[in-house]
Design a protein around this ligand. Sequence first.
Ligand code: NAD
Ligand code: G6P
Ligand code: MN
Ligand code: MN
Length: 433
Amino acid sequence: GLKIAVIGGGSSYTPELVEGFINRHHELPVRELWLVDIPEGEEKLNIVGELARRMVIKAGIDMTIYLTLDRRQALAGADFVTTQFRVGLLAARQKDEAIPLKYGVIGQETNGPGGLFKALRTIPVILEITKDIEELCPEAWLVNFTNPAGMITEAVLRHSNIKKVVGLCNVPIGMKMDLAEVLGVEADRLEIQFAGLNHMVYGLDVFLDGISIKEKALAAASDPGKQMSMKNIAALGWEPDFIKGIGVLPCPYHRYYYKTDEMLAEELEAFETTGTRADVVKGVETELFDLYKNVELQTKPEQLEKRGGAYYSEAACSLINSIYNNKQDVQPVNTKNCGAIAGIPYDSAVEVNCIITKEGPKPITVGELPVAVRGLVQQIKSFERTAVEAAVSGDYYNALTAMAINPLVPSDTIAKYLLDDMLEAHKDYLPAF
Ligand code: NAD
Ligand code: G6P
Ligand code: MN
Ligand code: MN
C-alpha cells in the first residue's frame, strides 16, 4: 500500500483530496494518509482530520488517517508528498491583495505584486521541505499545489536536488469542465491542447471526439451570456472579436492582463464592499469548518465549491493514479519544459499537456507559441525566474526587478514604493531580506 503525506493538511480542501483517494481506492491503494500542519493550524487540522476519518469509515476502506505537527515523521518513507500550505496564513494573503490597491495596482495573490510576495514567503519553506524529502523519502513524488504553483515548481527544479516534482493547478480542468457545460457536451469528449505557464495557460486548440472545434469553442468562450471563470476571479466578459482574433482560448487569469483597467476597477469596488478575496475566503472557511465540525457529516460538503480551487482533487488524484499505474494518459501539469515550448528555457517550469507515466510527466511538444501570446508568456517567465532568484538570494535588486518587470506594475517608481511597503508588511515571513 501507499503512504501519502499532505503538507498543509488543515486546509479546507483536504476533504476533496480524501474523497479523490476514496473514489480511486480500487486501483490506488492508499493505506496511510498523513496530514501535517503547524501549531497555528492545529485546530483546523483536528477538525478536518476527524471529518477525513468519518469519510473513510463511511466508505469502508482500509486507509488510516494520521494527524501530526511533525513533518519529518509524516515524510519518512512516503510514496507521494502533496503540498497545500499557506505561509503567513490568510492574514498575509490579505496584505498581498490590499496593499497594491493603494498604488492603483491589481491586488492578486498569485499574479502581480501579490504573487511575487507569496513566492518570496513560500520558496524558502518549499526548499526546506525538499531537503527533508531528499533525506526521508528520496523516491517520493512531490505534487505541489501551493501557490504560486509555477514559481514554486521553477524553484524546486532549479534550486533543489529533487527531480520528481509536479506542479498542479485546477485552472485547466476548470476550463475544460466549464467549456463542456457551455457547449452542452460531456467533459470526457473534450480535449484541450494546453500550453503556457501557470495562471498563464492557453488552450491552443480544442477537440470534440478528436475533431477540432476551435472556432466554436472560441465563440462559446466569449459569448456574453456564458462567461467562464473561477470563483475567485470576477467573470468580466471577453470582447468576442478579440478572442476570435487572438485565436486561442484564454484562461480566467488572463483577464488581469488583457482587461487590466476593468479588473482593477472591479477589485477596488469589491474592496469597498466585501473586502479582499482573503476576507471573503475567511467567511467561507468559517462556514466550511462549522460544517466539518458536525459529527453527522461523512462526505465532502458542496459548499466547498465556493472556493476557487474546487475540483482540485480530480487533478491531484488523477495525477498520482496515473503515475502509480503508469496510465500514460494526457494531463496538463507544471513540469520541466525540456524543449516542449520553444523559446522557454529547457529547465524552466511550464504548464503543458503531458503523457503521465510511471517515470512522471513527459511534456508533449508544442513548438512555438502563436506570435500573439508568445511575448506575454516570455515576459511572465522572466518575471518568475527573477522572483525565484530573489526568493533564494534575498537580494533587494532582484526583488525590485521582478516587481518592475511584472506587466501589472506600471512604473519603476511605483514598483519601488510597493516593494518597500510590502517588504515591511511581510517582514516576519521574509528572513532572507
Ligand atoms: P490555508 O490558509 O487553509 O492553509 C492550509 C494550511 O497550511 C493551514 O492549515 C496552515 O496552518 C498550513 N500551513 C501554513 N504554513 C505551513 C507550513 N510551513 N507547513 C505546513 N503547513 C503550513 O490555505 P488554502 O486556502 O487551503 O490553500 C492552500 C494552498 O493551496 C495555498 O498556497 C493556495 O494558494 C493553494 N491553492 C492552489 C491552487 C492551485 O490551483 N494550485 C488552488 C487553490 C489553492
Ligand atoms: C483558483 C486557482 C488557485 C487559486 C484559488 C483561489 O482556481 O487555480 O491557484 O489559489 O483558486 O481560491 P480561493 O477560494 O482561495 O480564492
Ligand atoms: Mn491555480
Ligand atoms: Mn511594468
